[in-house]
Ligand binder design. Sequence first.
Ligand SMILES: [Zn+2]
Length: 376
Amino acid sequence: MKKILKSVVLKAILTLIISVSLVFGITVGGIRLHRLNLSNRYNFDYLKGGANKVILFVGDGMGKDHIEVTEAYYEKELFFKSFKKHGSVSTASLDVLKSTDSASTATAFATGKKVHNKEISTLNYQSLPTITEYLKENGIGVGLVSTDNLYSQTIAAYSSHTTNEENIDDIISKQSSSGVDLFLGSGKDKYASQKFIFNEQGYHYYTNYREIDVNAKKVIGVFDELSDEKTNTTIPSLDVLTKIAVNFMETNFPNGYFLVIECGHIDKMSHNANIFKMMEYLANFDKAINETYETLKEDENCTIIVTSNHETGGLNYNGEAKDDINSMALITYDGHTLVDVPYYIHFGKNDMNNYFLPDIIDNTDIYKICKALLSD
Ligand SMILES: [Zn+2]
């Protein structure tokens, strides 16, 4: 009896400690525990009208140590780190005691709302309005690109609503009527049987990226997989698809668009404990950003944002030299962690690079920033 009482009291104390830390905020080992009061701290209305083109690059699973180890390996600074505005992003979902997942962060990016893990632009079975819907109502182009399957979370949150990320058929069917102008990514087998519904909605459907006509009005390009760069004739890499996407958006929407480019393989390769492949994909992601910047740097209406949805692998880079980098030594955790991830922003309007942006923002703020920039 005494033993039971003791365990009940202990449990109560533990719950109290956890609750207090969640609400009021304690930082343990770089992990911010005040996860309930992170959203709605900032209003980004002052960014309104700041751009008519926003390109959001999402490095799935990319934490600050992923960047550092890649720089050590390639012995050079990644290009996107040269962007003038930078800070970090908190990534928690409503499941406060669990690591965040890609569905909840993608939903935060697409809707500005915190949801539970696995929910795709819905909260408790209710659809949440997305930035995509807002932009399409206002005649602004929307393009979505990923190294991952097009039904995977980041792309899905911008182009569908479903209660669970595993409802793949539901996601694909909703994507066909989403109004999104461009889809480029993997998942060819899954989409093959749905080709006709995309055709019915006016999409030109491609499985060979070399055949994509950037003058076509609506495009879906779906491939077996994306390479980490060693491009052959049929497997595109992210930098190649990014070029096509920018060309497509510039051709069809010279007056304004929103383009999301995701590298899903930083996360995948971190799950696989393959740091060397992770670094190849991350370097290719950086190349895609660099080339996009070079193409659009004269355009003062173009803002480029680089961020991540969550960290994967609990990477712990301790300054090892190139030859000492070792996947097993770096990866400390099998899955996603709660550490903040970085953000970098380049504003095309030079004076905006002097604007205030908080050092720490929330993933829901990514939505607010994109929406404010693209609103009048
Ligand atoms: Zn993952």
